[in-house]
Design a protein around this ligand. Structure first.
Ligand SMILES: [Fe+2]
Ligand SMILES: [Fe+2]
Length: 202
């Protein structure tokens, strides 16, 4: 749910793509406006999920790095290709499907519903991204190459970010609010429990 809460970063950089990528057909802006609306909505489940657990979401650390890198370093098409690459990557079993399974395993009906809606939206986003970006990059290979070109700089930034002091808040935070300690059928996979959450919305 923290990943959902952090999705405002996705909205921020998608908005900049719409504003700065000029002279596209009306359908482009129509599609991306839908995409932007979805990403705004994705923050709300995070907020609601924490509120229903009695947790003040405003106390949760956040960082603008996910939007900062593409917004300041990449052209609008590369920026959008960066997002599209991430969203396409979420179509694997360890992506959105795993998030739904995790919510379900935790017995959290609200979170399960949120993740189901989120998954459906992401399927659409991957399609929208392909529709416009393959046109720009001259096909699937060109689009994939653009993503491969811009991704490493983000990974470096993320690694440096995670090494900063104060970035290890998650284990204590998680332990404080964990309601079912110890191994049980609903125990979340390790990657979701011990690691610091991604600074991004994804
Ligand atoms: Fe999203
Ligand atoms: Fe998305």
């Amino acid at each position: 749910m923290n990943v959902r809460l952090q999705e405002m970063h996705v909205s921020e950089f998608l908005a900049s793509v719409i504003a700065e990528w000029r002279d596209q057909p009306w359908g482009f802006y129509h599609d991306l406006a839908r995409h932007l609306w979805d990403e705004n909505r994705h923050c709300m489940p995070g907020e609601v999920a924490f509120a229903t657990q009695g947790i003040d979401f405003t106390q949760i650390p956040t960082r603008g790095g996910f939007a900062e890198y593409p917004n300041t370093q990449l052209t609008p098409p590369d920026r959008y290709a960066f997002l599209r690459g991430i969203e396409q990557g979420l179509m694997t079993k360890s992506g959105k499907q795993a998030e739904v399974a995790l919510a379900k395993a935790g017995g959290d009906e609200l979170a399960t519903m949120f993740q189901n809606f989120d998954w459906a939206d992401e399927v659409l986003h991957a399609q929208i991204g392909r529709r416009w970006l393959e046109k720009h990059y001259g096909g699937r290979d060109g689009l994939n190459a653009a993503y491969e070109r811009v991704r490493p700089a983000y990974d470096q930034m993320k690694d440096a970010d995670l090494a900063l002091p104060g970035r290890d808040w998650w284990p204590q935070f998680y332990a404080k609010y964990l309601k079912h300690a110890g191994p049980h059928p609903g125990r979340a996979p390790e990657s979701f429990t011990g690691d610091a959450p991604s600074p991004s919305g994804y």
